[in-house]
Design a protein around this ligand. Sequence first.
Ligand code: NZQ
Ligand code: ZN
Length: 386
Amino acid sequence: MNNFVYYNPVKILFGAGQIEKISKEIPSEAKILMLYGGGSIKSNGVYDQVKIALEDFDLTEFGGIEPNPTYETLMEAVKIVNEKNIDFLLAVGGGSVIDGTKFVAAAAKYQGDDPWDLLSKGAKVKDAVSLATVLTLPATGSEVNGNSVISRKSTQEKLAFGHPRLFPVFSVLDPQVVASLPERQVRNGIVDAYIHVIEQYLTYPVHAELQDKWAESILTSLIEIGPEVLKSPDNYHHAANLMWLASMALGGIIKVGCPEDWSTHMIGHELTAMHGVDHALSLAIVLPGVMDEMREEKREKLLQYAERIWGIRAGDDDERIDEAIKQTNYFFQRLGMETRLSDHNIGHETIDEIQKRFESRPGFDALSETETLTPERVKRLLESRL
Ligand code: NZQ
Ligand code: ZN
């Protein structure tokens, strides 16, 4: 196991009825900006609960943050933060609203010319407005980490950044919000959380026994509970488990001391940036290709994954790996995802463009934990997903 520092300062308020407690978590003199998405919180009652909880506060609102939140929209919120001297941001929504709020938090305090540099040039976050979240969609883990992924309409880019200053102060996880989710978003949540675990697990062994077993237990729990939530999203106990699983998948605990490989995410982000494919769907399309292309580098962990997650014991090494890839793909398909590029009218042109982008973008010419996934190999693996 490699050396590590583990730090997660997010206070979690978990369970039914926790939204009303937020007034006790925010300083009474705070000037709050509440940020939300396209309006789902107005139809499922979350908006009213937050408004009642904060009735004694100085509260401004900013709605309209879109899925895969854009720089263009978020800069409008940055303007409000600066004009009104806002000093506390409350994100009420899914990963997009939370990520968008993190960008606003950092951009409002950014001293350089253009806050986009935080994403495109790796400019450092030196300060940020405090933020907290009320999560409405179990999926990304953004409620328990300091990461954010932002899109830019004008250039069709989707890039990530992060900083410890962007951890939420607190996050409310009330599983009752799952009941109003469309099936597509439940499915997305299950798959996104599953692939977050995979990106931190499917590398090479470092004798991190507990981390491996944590990862494996999240994967098997998602395989068991995911379809149950899809069948009955209003079942509180299933929803509560999915919510906790998704948070634990990307809250930092399973990766400590382990190598990570975020290749599937990096490639998937391009599909979303260019074609608007849902985040989780982009990952489900790409992952089987990464597993196959990287089978030499990931051989030992792939075999462990095959046996411990799918119970595959028969056949030689390559046959077991093939079967594990097949089972993974079936799992996504059983949840209702179409996992081929051609299912989404994506073809060679996009693949060539991704290769070109990765060749020229710093840090993208050698992806994976072994830095051996070159743009040429990315092209090959995407071609296998046509
Ligand atoms: O906008 P509203 O009206 O709120 O509707 C949303 C949106 O249309 C709806 N929704 C959310 N909660 C609901 C609900 N509808 C009914 N009932 C509810 N309770 O769901 C739609 C999708 O929401 P979105 O926030 O976009 O989904 P998700 O949580 O999957 O977030 C995806 C974004 O997170 C990023 C992705 O790249 C993508 O931009 N990620 C962030 C990560 C992080 N910060 O750590 C890691 C992830 O890998 C991911 O990259
Ligand atoms: Zn993800």
